[in-house]
Design a protein around this ligand. Structure first.
Ligand code: AMP
Length: 219
């Protein structure tokens, strides 16, 4: 199964992708995670994109397309994958279709559009805590860690992403709203978009997804 998770920051794409990764045994490919890893390792590329990410803007298409092309060339993607945070522009979507023409997993099966209200997005992002070590997500109120600022899973330190600060959140939402319509249109033409109410809890959204996969004969 080849999935694209589309939707605003804070809609819960990453959370569902992690659960689906465990349940379906498909690699979870998050371009945001790949970029954050490059920034952490201070690679030449990481240094180049750090400022862009901190401002909430998008990394240029040619750079991100190269990253996804390399990632999809890895053998673990041969039986399918979950793309989280890619594509974010129509140009990226076109490039993805082009890459998949020659990929053993074939074309995208479904594009899951996580629809969430602004109030919920802001509340989720501003309270989000991420583990520096394993990338697990927590929330100050909704999913608090057992010990303050310590990851339940690996004991790593939890931090607030630089781009989850209030000013940057606003810009990320603005950037998202400017770029999403052509993407939705692109996938609507292919009849691949399925809209999901992402304001529900993670467990409820997961149930909706499982039902959808069954209805679509993907499971
Ligand atoms: P995310 O973790 O998906 O919220 O991504 C964090 C940041 O990484 C975004 O605000 C962008 O600066 C950058 N980024 C991630 N994916 C993409 C993409 N597909 N195209 C451009 N920039 C991206």
């Amino acid at each position: 199964m080849n999935l694209v998770l589309l939707g605003p920051p804070g809609a819960g794409k990453g959370t569902q992708a992690k659960v689906l990764n465990e349940g379906l045994r498909l690699p979870h490919i998050s371009t945001g995670d790949i970029l954050r890893d490059s920034v952490k390792k201070q690679t030449k590329f990481g240094l180049e994109v750090k400022k862009i990410m901190e401002s909430g803007a998008l990394v240029p298409d040619d750079l991100i397309n190269k990253i996804i092309e390399e990632r999809l060339a890895q053998p673990d993607t041969e039986n399918g994958f979950i793309l989280d945070g890619f594509p974010r522009t129509k140009q990226q979507a076109i490039k993805l279709d082009e890459i998949l023409k020659k990929h053993p997993a074939g074309a995208i099966d479904l594009v899951l559009y996580f629809d969430s209200t602004l109030k919920v997005i802001i509340e989720r992002l501003s309270g989000r805590l991420v583990c520096r070590n394993c990338g697990a997500n927590f929330h100050i109120k909704n999913v608090p860690p057992k010990k303050d600022r310590i990851c339940d899973f690996c004991g790593g330190e939890l931090y607030q992403r630089q781009d989850d600060k209030e000013e940057t959140i606003k810009n990320r939402i603005k950037v998202y709203e400017e770029s999403i319509s052509p993407l939705i249109e692109y996938y609507e033409k292919q009849n691949k978009i399925r809209k999901i109410n992402a304001d529900f809890s993670a467990q409820e959204v997961y149930k909706v997804l499982m039902k959808l996969f069954k209805d679509e004969h993907l499971l």
